[in-house]
Structures are given as C-alpha cells and as structure tokens.
Design a protein around this ligand. Structure first.
Ligand code: R5P
Length: 293
C-alpha cells in the first residue's frame, strides 16, 4: 500500500503508473495553527507492506510529519514501512569541517533508519560519503537519472559538451556524457559561503562550436551554476544549458541563472519547480518495486 506525504504531484502520478495496480492508502496531513503536524491514516494496514513517498524539499517543517506517519503505520500493524524519497535531504553536511559542527548527514540517516525498513531515493548527494550504506543501517536503493537526462540532451541539444562544475559532479556529468559519447570536462569549485563559490575553468578554445551543458545533482541557490555559466560565456562559449537533478531552487536562483547568461535550466521532477521537465517516475517505480514482494 502506497501513501503520499506531499509527494511531488507529477512524479507521484507517473510513479503510480509505473507500479501498475498498487493500492493507494489514504494519509491525512495538516499543520495545526501553531505549526505542529496532524497525521491520520485512514486505510487499515495490518500486516501490509507500506511505502511512504515523501517530499523533502524544505525538509525541516516536513520531517516530524514523516516520522509520525511511519510510526503511525507501524502502530497500526504494518508489516514493513519503506521510504521513497525522490530527493534525499541532509546529504551535504557530510563532514565536520569546524569543531562542534553537527554531522547532520549521519544523524539524519540514523533517524530515518530507526523509523523505516528500507529507503529508495534518486541520485543522492554522495561526495565524501561514497555509499548510503556508510550512514544508513537499513537497505537502500539508488535510482539513477542519467539515462533520462541523456535522452533529453539527445532530443534538445546539438553537439553537447558536458560540464560538471565540481569534482563530485563527475558521477553525474561523466555518466551522461558516456551515454551520449560526448566530451565532458570537470571544473574545480571552491565554496567560501552559502552563496559564494569560485569556479576555475581551463582553456576552452577548442570547444567554441559546442553547446555547453552543465550537469549537477542539486541546484539550490543556483550560485554554482551561475558562476560556471558566467565563466563559460566570458570564455566565448555559447549560452549554456543547465541541467540539475534536484531543483531545490532557493529564492532568487532562477533569476540569478538567467542574469548570468544561461540559455535555460531543466531539472527532473524529484522536487516541484517551474523547470521540472525530466520525468523519473518509471525509474523511481522500479526502485520501489524492488522492495515489494
Ligand atoms: C554540492 O556540491 C552540490 O553538488 C551542488 O553543486 C550544490 O549543492 C549546488 O548548490 P548551489 O546551487 O547553492 O550553489
């Protein structure tokens, strides 16, 4: 039985299509005037395998509701409770940089692992943590977006040059480039603040005829993409196409990208946003199905 906790609407629809006749459960979620969460499960679930598909955009107000929902299903006798989170939040603070900082990636993983039996997600931010198994103690599956992004590029971009703005983007940019047999470059990024990044670009003269296609996992403030776009345009390349798996899009990100000179931004539908064009529903459904009997 599958439940939505503010699942991204389009992804929810195509995921259900991908899962065929799976039974939908009814989960009521609202906030009290003081901000606390109210959860009620209307579907009997004793002995059932249950899945919650949950949005983790703007995670802090949503996480208590998610944990309450899992706990409620269990209290009603669910056999197993799985979490299908298209965008997995809290993966970026993956290291203690300064003494006293909270290792939130690890602690968040501990919370989720203690409430759920398994986890499916799409392209989590794996950087200094190389595998979800390093921090999650429950079984996990990672669904890849590269195939769908490669299809999108094939249909929309002539002579693409794939560019990853930082070292960790190699896993996404390199994968997409490999599928298209297109060249790719990985740049160097130094972040000095939430909205401050510096990107180093090598000599690019030989790529003047290519269309730069930036590929990254998360677009949050958009500064990583915007800085990269500015550098590429200044180097004489065409206006870049920006592809992000998770369009988290903090306020101002879209305008910032436009003013930097981006041709357009396209993301997947793991997070609802105006640029969500690449549908990952069937891949996500496949990941969920792999945990169901
Ligand atoms: C982190 O390195 C990620 O891969 C992204 O590059 C980063 O989250 C983008 O953040 P922003 O859009 O705020 O620059």
């Amino acid at each position: 039985m599958i439940f939505s906790l503010e699942a991204p609407a389009h992804l929810w629809t195509t995921t259900l299509q991908g899962l065929g006749g799976i039974e939908q459960g009814s989960l009521q979620y609202r906030r009290f005037p003081d901000g606390e969460s109210y959860i009620r499960v209307h579907s009997p679930c004793t002995g059932r395998d249950c899945v919650i598909v949950a949005s983790m955009q703007d995670p802090d107000p949503r996480i208590p509701a998610l944990l309450f929902a899992a706990r409620t299903l269990r209290s009603m006798g669910a056999r197993r409770v799985g979490l299908a989170a298209p965008y997995l939040a809290y993966m970026r603070q993956d290291k203690i940089f300064e003494a006293g900082e909270s290792a939130t990636a690890r602690y968040f993983a501990e919370w989720l692992s203690s409430h759920f039996d398994w986890l499916v997600t799409i392209d989590p931010h794996l950087h200094r943590i190389h595998d979800l198994a390093e921090i999650y103690s429950i079984p996990t599956r990672v669904v890849r977006s590269a195939g769908r992004f490669a299809e999108w590029i094939k249909a929309h971009v002539e002579q693409p040059l794939l560019i990853g703005p930082d070292q960790e983007s190699e896993q996404w940019a390199g994968d997409v480039a490999g599928r298209l047999r297109a060249p790719h470059l990985i740049l160097t990024k130094v972040r000095s603040g939430d909205r401050n990044v510096a990107i180093s670009v090598p000599e690019l003269g030989e790529y003047r005829d290519y269309t730069p296609v930036l590929v990254d996992d998360i677009v949050s403030t958009g500064r990583t993409m915007a800085e990269t776009v500015q550098q590429l345009v200044a180097a004489g390349l065409k206006a870049p196409v920006c592809l992000g798996v998770h369009g988290v899009l903090a306020s101002g990100a879209l305008d910032d990208l436009k003013s930097a000179g981006a041709h357009r931004l396209v993301t997947s539908n793991t997070v609802e946003n105006p640029a969500a064009e690449v549908d990952l529903g069937s891949e996500f459904a496949g990941g969920i199905a792999s945990f169901l009997d």
